[in-house]
Design a protein around this ligand. Sequence first.
Ligand SMILES: Nc1nc2c(ncn2[C@@H]2O[C@H](COP(=O)(O)OP(=O)(O)OP(=O)(O)O)[C@@H](O)[C@H]2O)c(=O)[nH]1
Length: 468
Amino acid sequence: MVLDDLGSSLRGTLDSLRGKSRIDEEDVEKVVKEIQRSLLQADVDVSLVMELSDSIEERSLEEEPPAGTTARDHVLRIVYEELVDLVGESTELPLEEQTIMLAGLQGSGKTTTAAKMAWWFSKKGLRPAVIQTDTFRPGAYEQAKQMCERAEVDFYGDPDEDDPVKIARDGLEATEDADVRIVDTAGRHALEDDLIDEIEEIEATVQPDRSLLVLDAAIGQGAKDQATQFETSVGIDGVVITKLDGTAKGGGALTAVNETGSTIAFLGSGETVQDIERFEPSGFISRLLGMGDLKQLTERVERAMEETQAEEEEDWDPEDMLKGEFTLKDMKRQMDAMNKMGPLDQVMDMIPGMGGGLMDQLPDDAMDVTQDRMRNFEVVMDSMTEDELENPRSIGASQVRRIAKGSGQGEETVRELLEQHKMMSRTMKQFQGMGDGDMQRMMKKMQQGDGGMGGGGGGGGMGGFGPF
Ligand SMILES: Nc1nc2c(ncn2[C@@H]2O[C@H](COP(=O)(O)OP(=O)(O)OP(=O)(O)O)[C@@H](O)[C@H]2O)c(=O)[nH]1
């Protein structure tokens, strides 16, 4: 993943500033060197790197840190602000009725992105539809159709029609009920006249509210040329950078886009429909620096909670968990919610203090063990009675034996589960008394537990679901 090592290498350097209240030139130089190395390795333009490092150096030495700020946090904040500035703003994308056209070179990931974006909009409560006008690449129709099925979104395409403009026109009519229509177009090896003519015609027919350029992260600095070319020919409102999972060089695309005066709308980081995220500069950089992306984590938690809730009894309110007794049933719901959020290591990466550095210190299979353990806990809970789930404290030695036998797990696992529940229960108690506190506040509380700006503190954790 792009700029992956920036967070850990920078944290190492910043840690050497621990305990210092003032920073000197030598310290700043060390930090700046680390940043330069990481950014250049990730293919960020040299002059941009130099500009950024000058600015960090100047500000770190000249700006007066607010009272009570350590030298480390002072520099970290400046680095963070400068990096946020470097990647630029996020493309404006209101959650309303609209038509979005995707353009880009062959293989950049347009079709995949169309389905991913449709999935993303559907999770925001809008009804999206994908219109596939790519008649150039055999297989594009089937690929788009399958991905849209997976994303559970509407799809329009016509494999027997060769005129993309006609497909676009018919597609608009056929998807009248949709709120957001995403029009996928064909790609070519280079921005040739044919491609431009076709896109211009489709654009004239579709009259999109937004046109987004889809760029493969691996093209690095080449992003600048492509963005400029597409901007002059069809005009672009924003960029989607794909395949960030497959390259360490994506820094070029990320920053080159900004240099052309364009903005980034989405980031793609995998082949499945869920592998998309809205580009949020501050969240993106916090995550790179290992500060945890609270905003994104909160979104995921809320989404997972909503889904779990819908499947369970309707009168259950997650806030009850913060008010009353935290039962094993609540713990089970939380585990279900965690499962829905995606692979545990990704979730942990977004939790402040659990990101980058700490994860790096864990053995590779630590997360698998945790996931296995969660599965074992679920099996154990399935063998408990309603009363035991509601009142775990009432579970004595004979019940432990019975539950272990019934679930096919060792007594040790049952005891571990009870112990884990106790730990989580204690954590929940800390969140109680927060008034109408919602998940967001809970997340904030976790961040505070991490010591504010400083990453790598090892605090927080999903109410105890850390790598225990
Ligand atoms: N790893 C990874 N692969 C991706 C990502 N986005 C797309 N791909 C893969 O890249 C390949 C090309 O993606 P498509 O969506 O077919 O690209 P396209 O721009 O529609 O291609 P044309 O229709 O030929 O112009 C496919 O194999 C996708 O699975 C991503 O974010 N990560």
